[in-house]
Design a protein around this ligand. Structure first.
Ligand SMILES: C[S@@+](CC[C@H](N)C(=O)[O-])C[C@H]1O[C@@H](n2cnc3c(N)ncnc32)[C@H](O)[C@@H]1O
Length: 247
């Protein structure tokens, strides 16, 4: 049976995609829900612990609000906090995010290691966006937070980038909506292409595990199979959802 964390209010907790920074609930409530989700990930064996620095998370959030241009995003404040915390806990030296659009999802992950929310030293954090204009905007946004280049955006097909990764991938974030009618069905192709390059114990996060759950069924079957992943939990605290799996 699939494991999941589900908050009671997941279907009522809604954002406007064009107001990425609007507060949706008291901060204490957001922290409590994300803590519960982290607790479920820890209990399932996906994460080794649940600790992250809440003040640094808020410093990261402020820097994104001040420096990023975001035409729209489906990343809720809960999801932003969860992605940041997972990266702080996993501390991947190499992280690849597939399908980053304007970079908001990418920096929610990479912000654990670059900019004012940085908590560890990473080697290479790569955001991949297949549309050159969107990749250029994401790269501009990321440069405003990380002048060092540790976090960078490349205009390419994520399938190529994961297959050619030089160093073992410690965390893979999936959010691409493949062309040619494949939609989110491309997640499984990307993960299978990445598998030989994944670090032992690596974590894979897949956005839209709820609102694209049907399209993602083959992907979800794959990561929930113990033959492929040690543990996998569906985090359902907004209408998008995040499947978090550990190899
Ligand atoms: C729906 S957007 C992700 C937006 C994100 N969930 C947010 O809320 O900010 C998906 C992105 O994946 C990109 N994409 C689609 N197929 C891709 C591929 N094969 N490699 C890299 N990027 C891809 C699309 O161009 C698009 O910008």
């Amino acid at each position: 049976m699939a494991r999941e964390y589900r908050s009671a209010d997941w279907n009522d907790y809604r954002m406007s995609y064009h107001q990425p920074h609007r507060e949706l609930e008291p901060l204490e409530r957001e922290v409590a829900v994300v803590d519960e989700a982290l607790g479920a990930l820890h209990a399932a064996g996906v994460l080794p612990h649940t600790r992250y620095d809440g003040e640094r998370m808020l410093a990261h959030r402020r820097s994104v609000r001040e420096r990023f241009e975001i035409p729209w995003t489906a990343i809720t404040p809960r999801m932003q906090r969860l992605l940041y915390a997972i990266n702080v806990i996993v501390q991947p030296a190499t992280m690849i995010a597939a399908g980053v659009f304007c970079g908001n999802t990418f920096i929610s992950n990479a912000g654990a290691a670059v900019g004012p929310g940085a908590c560890y030293e990473a080697a290479d954090l790569i955001g991949v966006e297949i549309k050159p204009d969107e990749a250029a905007q994401a790269e501009r946004n990321v440069r405003r937070i990380d002048p060092t280049g540790t976090a960078r955006v490349v205009a390419d097909d994520a399938l190529n980038v994961v297959a050619a990764a030089g160093d073992p991938i410690g965390l893979l974030y999936l959010d691409a909506d493949g062309a040619g009618g494949r939609g989110k069905g491309i997640y499984l192709d990307i993960l299978e292409a990445a598998m030989p390059r994944m670090a032992p114990g690596a974590v894979v996060c897949a956005h839209n595990s709820v609102n694209a759950g049907d399209r993602l069924a083959p992907y979800l079957d794959f990561v929930r199979d113990r033959a492929h992943c040690r543990a996998s939990v569906n985090v359902v605290f907004d209408i998008e959802g995040l499947e978090v799996s550990a190899l």
